[in-house]
Design a protein around this ligand. Structure first.
Ligand SMILES: C[S@@+](CC[C@H](N)C(=O)[O-])C[C@H]1O[C@@H](n2cnc3c(N)ncnc32)[C@H](O)[C@@H]1O
Length: 213
């Protein structure tokens, strides 16, 4: 099974989003409300996993981080380079071993980018992030909640518990039970279920900040 490969992200997503000119940065970034926690992070090395065109990369740079922006989509990374000329980008598939040394990164951001995988890969991604973080380093991110409406319909294919295929993509919907598994080796600083509006639609998300013990 090859889930949401590079072709999907380039052609099924980023070409469409960039053509629709949804490619500028919002004034207010969701990370803002966690600024106090982020200011306490020791060191300034950061990795933005599944960075897209760099909405959060920009916030992290503006807040003093030295960021490596990673994505599977070369089209998104090219746009990011255009929008943030001095940025550092890396084209990677986050299902593979992350190309960073053990205990080397102070902050990892994964915003709406790690809810596309089967549980085995999701656990592996959390373990990989834990490996590259420095002790007390933090992982911050958001994922879709299973309370979202309209994601599952009659024709939606169930791949495994909480993991689906529909609308031409694989996707995972999170509940607390999955975080009990994923966060068991982390200190939980924030774990909130929140309702936002994104692209004019109501979206229920889990926001999390986990610290490496
Ligand atoms: C919904 S977008 C979110 C982008 C950005 N973080 C934001 O919030 O604006 C999901 C991003 O994850 C990236 N992505 C999805 N699967 C990936 C994978 N296996 N490896 C690396 N990046 C991936 C996509 O290319 C896309 O840029």
């Amino acid at each position: 099974m090859i889930e949401n490969n590079q072709k999907y992200w380039n052609e099924g997503y980023w070409k469409r989003v960039i053509n629709n000119q949804k490619n500028s940065f919002k004034n207010k970034n969701w990370i803002d409300k966690y600024k106090e926690i982020i200011n306490k992070v020791e060191g300034n090395s950061a990795v933005d996993l599944g960075c897209g065109i760099g909405q959060d990369t920009k916030w992290l740079i503006d807040n003093g981080f030295d960021v490596i922006s990673c994505d599977i989509s070369n089209i998104a990374l090219e746009k990011l380079k255009e929008l943030i000329p001095n940025s550092k980008t890396l084209q990677i598939d986050i299902r593979e071993t992350l190309p960073f040394k053990n205990n080397s990164i102070n902050l990892v951001n994964a915003d709406l980018s790690i809810h596309y995988f089967c549980m085995k890969d999701t656990i592996r991604i959390f373990n990989e992030i834990n490996r590259i973080l420095t002790p007390k380093g933090i992982l911050i991110g958001r994922v879709n909640s299973d309370k979202n409406e309209g994601y599952i319909r009659e024709e939606t294919k169930v791949i495994e518990d909480n993991y689906y295929y529909d609308f031409e993509k694989y996707f995972r919907l999170f509940n607390k039970g999955q975080f009990d598994i994923l966060a068991k080796d982390w200190k939980i600083i924030v774990l909130n279920e929140d309702v936002i509006t994104r692209v004019n639609k109501k979206k229920v998300l889990w926001e999390f900040i986990f610290q490496k013990i």
